[in-house]
Design a protein around this ligand. Structure first.
Ligand SMILES: *Cc1c(COP(=O)(O)O)cnc(C)c1O
Length: 390
């Protein structure tokens, strides 16, 4: 086994869409030219179409966290009371950002692997009418669980609070009716379902949330929503953009539009369902069993085995990078990603690799057990697809 292809199988960064990667070589373009303005306008408009919202769309140079930060600093004021739904490491990030800016944070916490119910959000809003914002992860990548942002959004919509959704791995892996469900602020990132390298983040902002830009008093400079919206209206970014990534995003969005955002979502969800079936067939426990999402499947390492062994074995044997758990979940779970440019051939290989690794490390499983379950899930999904067409 001398040739090992490098395979990126993590929930961000994700595998790159080759035409987007090739398009990046064309990045010798100046950002204050008509060529760039055309590119930028078309990218913004494709993003709006794919996200399916009438809200303001802004693209900025940052990883996803940059626009989580900007969503706080542009839309809130010092001492504002806010609720954070925290069900994992990224929920904890919302808490840290909100506290860093001096917001008065009430945390609705769920155990890792679990999720915060919409009822708890509604109760917390009823108990404190002065709440200015509710923060959540649509998909909590650290555990694989998803939140019911539809029900939460409808509860928040009845109040003066704005609903700020980290959908960095939610976009492209679960339906998100941004306007209909009252998702006031939706943050996305380039290196997740959008199939391009890290370095761009984007956000949609509702009218209700946009009004806050008039009164919000937290300090910010580089990440300025009002300034950025003015620039975007002229087909430009406020500062020098990462032009190569805008070109890549434009190319990837063409691909997403050609298959359809709903199909991109179905793709991730079918891979996730097949992965769950394979895990069950192999006798492995799911970590976020109550509300597993389409972005990533978290699987518990077998009793007595460190999940780091599985991660290391994937790298050593197959050149494949899969994700370990984060924080206290490190060593306990491993995570198989489905978002963006993944297909069933990738998945069959991952499950086969997993069977080999388990056997080699004292966990006997019959070769093909997990793969057969994934194949069965594929066959069922393919039948559904044919039925839809007919
Ligand atoms: C990847 C990710 C982020 C952003 O992380 P960056 O490293 O800043 O891109 C935020 N939230 C979730 C849920 C994510 O999966």
């Amino acid at each position: 086994m001398y040739i090992k292809k490098q395979r990126l199988l993590t929930p961000g960064p994700t595998p790159l869409y080759p035409p987007a990667l090739h398009a990046m070589m064309d990045s010798d373009i100046h950002h204050r030219t008509e060529d760039f303005r055309n590119l930028y306008r078309s990218t913004l408009s494709a993003l709006r179409q794919v996200m399916g919202t009438q809200g303001e769309i802004l693209i900025m140079v940052a990883s996803g966290t940059g626009l989580m930060d900007a969503s706080v600093s542009n839309l809130f004021s010092k001492g504002d009371k806010v609720i954070v739904c925290s069900a994992g490491k990224f929920g904890e990030r919302w808490v840290e950002i909100a506290k860093a800016y001096g917001l008065d944070v009430t945390v609705l916490k769920a155990e890792y692997g679990d999720r915060v119910s919409p009822e708890r959000v509604a109760e917390a809003l009823a108990a404190e009418p002065a709440i200015k914002g509710v923060f959540v992860q649509a998909s909590e990548t650290s555990t694989g669980a998803v939140h019911n942002v539809e029900a939460m959004g409808k509860a928040v919509a009845k109040t003066d609070a704005i609903f700020v959704v980290d959908a960095i791995t939610g976009l492209g892996t679960m339906p998100l009716k941004i306007d209909e469900w009252g998702l006031d602020v939706v943050v996305g990132g380039s290196q997740k379902a959008f199939m391009i390298p890290p370095g761009i983040a984007f956000v949609s902002i509702s009218r209700k949330a946009w009004k806050r830009t008039e009164t919000a008093d937290l300090p910010h400079y580089y990440f300025d929503f009002k300034k950025e919206a003015k620039s975007a209206a002229n087909g430009e970014s406020s500062w020098t953009p990462n032009t190569s990534l805008i070109i890549a995003l434009n190319e990837a969005l063409k691909y997403v539009q050609s298959i359809g955002m709903d199909k991109l979502i179905a793709n991730a969800q079918q891979l996730a369902a097949a992965t769950r079936a394979a895990a069950a067939a192999l006798g492995l426990k799911l970590f976020a069993a109550a509300s597993p999402g389409g972005a990533v499947t978290s699987i518990c390492a077998p009793e007595g085995m460190d999940s780091g062994v599985i991660v290391k074995e994937f790298r050593n044997r197959f050149g494949a990078i899969i994700a370990n758990g984060q924080g206290s979940m490190k060593g306990r779970i491993f995570r198989i990603a489905h978002l963006g440019y993944f297909d069933f051939a990738d998945l069959f290989a991952v499950i086969a690799g997993l069977e080999i690794i388990l056997n080699a490390n004292g966990i006997p499983v019959k070769y093909g057990t997990g793969v057969a379950a994934a194949e069965q899930a594929y066959a069922e999904a393919a039948v559904e697809k044919r039925a839809l067409k007919a």
